[in-house]
Write a protein that binds this ligand. Structure first.
Ligand code: G4P
Length: 529
């Protein structure tokens, strides 16, 4: 197969949702269709169970499992599918943000009972930054959920995206009868099953003709016809280009646990979702079809076993062909590196690979050469954009509890933040270290790993900050003046960019009002839309 053909048949995406909406169940069902697993329940999710929130060893064990489920590759309908898994637990949201930079599209799962939840809104903001195409699966139609029109309105409003229903539910909960596929003009009768049984739809070109009455009760047909009339008056016909531009989200209804609506989703996804495309590097746009290999690290997974200090760096291939045992150029370290044991991930097993193409994810064993965001090339000085940091939500000061081990602590906290466990900000004078995270769990993880892996000791004292914002200004003098006047609440990130700490939203607004020449950014990717 040529490189062009390899690219054209790849679909690399992530499934995102608020915890408990059904992401793991849907992932598993997609794997069943792909034949990558044989029975439901075969994939242990990397979802960190609620019960484990205070037991981080349990979490780390689960994170261990998640290495093999971080990327799930399988073949279906002649396509090579790469699903990049994202942690369900909200404390690991940063991991999810980074994974979203490595995909070409996203499937978003919404719980029909709960509707759009907070975490989904944040994830959608990240998708919007890169115009990532989004397809939506409204799940749990077997339960008494919200009215589908209300749900669509809520999705459009809260997620700021236009939706296009491609299927439409016929009732819900105990009277759920199935869906009418508006795109294929087919009726799919709800039959709960656990396996990947093919759901052959019943061709019904016109819901206003009598034929549908053979399958659906009168009152439900009346309602369906009314709904469809309304839909046709409100929605434009579906435009796949708008979807690929990230402006329109096709919407499906189903029930993942009952494997209902899943094949419909998968088949449409394969038909319209984009293959790997061009990617923006700082220097230029890199096209997937270019011959030289390029790729970037979007995730690093540490091995917690102190006897095996290696880590796995996950590299998304952006262009060319990655080959085992070939030297590639590490553009930050400006040196050539070679990998003898690159791995790929097939369902829940790791496999050595000889080569990989754009859209694929390669796992490289690393002894500390990689930071998140690093680029590999065949010699060109390239730096892929787009591994943004977002303002953490919890801030604590790192305290050294064993002065004899300062060096180890310094090394440990730097490496852990390079892995993306947390964000580190240094305040001068005195090199005060402020650690920022999305959740409390990371502090436990850091403390444990600093002791276990680096032999140092630390503790954390809470800081009363509300948000960290990267600051820039066109006026150099104004920026210097600002940094000096606000020195007490300024620190520098690991790339030495100045960051302002606000203690309340009110004081942030007041500061913005006063220092008009300063721009405040909630993400480290300043030029993002
Ligand atoms: P997540 O990864 O998004 O966190 O969600 P997950 O798939 O684990 O699903 C969360 C819960 O919702 C699970 O129940 C799962 O069985 C259930 N679920 C998923 N899809 C459907 C659906 O279509 N209908 C209904 N009624 N439930 C669904 P649980 O009790 O939390 O876990 P489990 O004991 O079933 O594993």
């Amino acid at each position: 197969m040529t490189q062009e053909q390899e690219i054209a048949r790849r679909r690399t995406f992530a499934i995102i949702s608020h915890p408990d909406a059904g992401k793991t169940t849907l992932t598993e069902k997609l794997l069943l269709f792909g034949g990558a697993i044989q029975t439901a329940g075969a994939v242990k999710s990397n979802k960190i169970k609620k019960t484990a929130t205070s037991d981080f060893m349990e979490i780390e064990k689960q994170r261990g499992i998640s290495v093999s489920t971080s990327v799930m590759a399988f073949e279906y309908g002649g396509k090579r599918i790469n699903i990049l898994d994202t942690p369900g637990h909200k404390d690991f949201a940063e991991d999810t943000y980074r994974t979203l930079t490595a995909v070409d599209s996203v499937i978003l799962v919404v719980d029909s009972v709960k509707g759009v939840e907070e975490q989904t809104q944040k994830l959608m903001d990240v998708c919007r930054m890169r115009n990532t195409p989004v397809m939506i699966f409204v799940n749990k139609l077997d339960r008494e959920g919200q009215d589908p029109f209300d749900l669509m309105e809520e999705i459009e409003e809260k997620l700021s995206i236009h939706v296009a229903p491609l299927s439409w539910p016929i009732s819900k909960g105990s009277s759920f009868r199935g869906v009418y596929n508006l795109h294929q003009k087919e009726l799919n009768i709800f039959t709960p099953h656990k396996t990947a049984k093919s759901e052959a739809g019943i061709k019904i070109n016109d819901v206003f003709a009598d034929e549908i009455l053979n399958y659906v009760k009168d009152d439900l047909v009346v309602k369906l016809r009314d709904d469809i009339k309304l839909l046709e008056s409100v929605f434009e016909p579906f435009d796949a280009e708008l979807y690929r531009d990230g402006l329109l989200a096709p919407l499906f209804f189903g029930s993942a646990i009952n494997t209902f609506g899943v094949q419909e989703l998968l088949d449409t996804f394969l038909e319209i979702a984009p293959p790997p495309g061009a990617r923006q590097a700082e220097e230029r746009v890199v096209n997937a079809i270019e011959k030289p290999f390029t790729g970037f690290v979007f995730k690093i997974h540490a091995n917690l076993d102190p006897n095996h200090r290696d880590r796995i760096a996950f590299v998304r291939v952006c262009s060319g062909e990655f080959e085992r045992n070939k030297f590639y150029y590490h553009t930050r370290l400006k040196k050539n590196v070679r990998y003898a044991n690159p791995t790929t991930f097939l369902a829940n097993e790791k496999k050595l690979i000889e080569n990989a193409y754009p859209g694929d994810v390669v796992g490289l064993f690393d002894t500390g050469n990689f930071k998140i965001g690093d680029t590999l090339s065949e010699g060109e000085d390239l730096h892929f954009k787009g591994i943004p940091s977002f303002s953490p939500e919890i801030f604590k000061e790192l305290e050294n509890k064993d002065p004899m081990k300062s060096k180890q602590l310094e090394k440990g906290i730097r490496q852990l933040t390079e892995e993306g466990v947390a964000q580190l900000f240094i305040q001068q004078p005195g090199s005060r270290k402020i650690v920022g995270t999305v959740g409390d769990l990371q502090f436990e993880v850091i403390q444990f790993r600093i002791t276990n892996e680096y032999g140092a000791k630390c503790s954390f004292s809470p800081l009363n900050f509300h948000k960290a914002l990267w600051v820039t200004s066109e006026n150099k003098k104004a920026l210097e003046d600002f940094l000096q006047r606000k020195a007490q609440v300024i620190a520098y990130d690991i790339h030495e960019r100045p960051v302002f700490f606000a203690d309340t939203e009110w004081s942030l607004n007041a500061t913005k009002e006063y220092f008009k020449e300063i721009q405040f950014h909630t993400s480290s990717e300043f030029d993002a839309k």
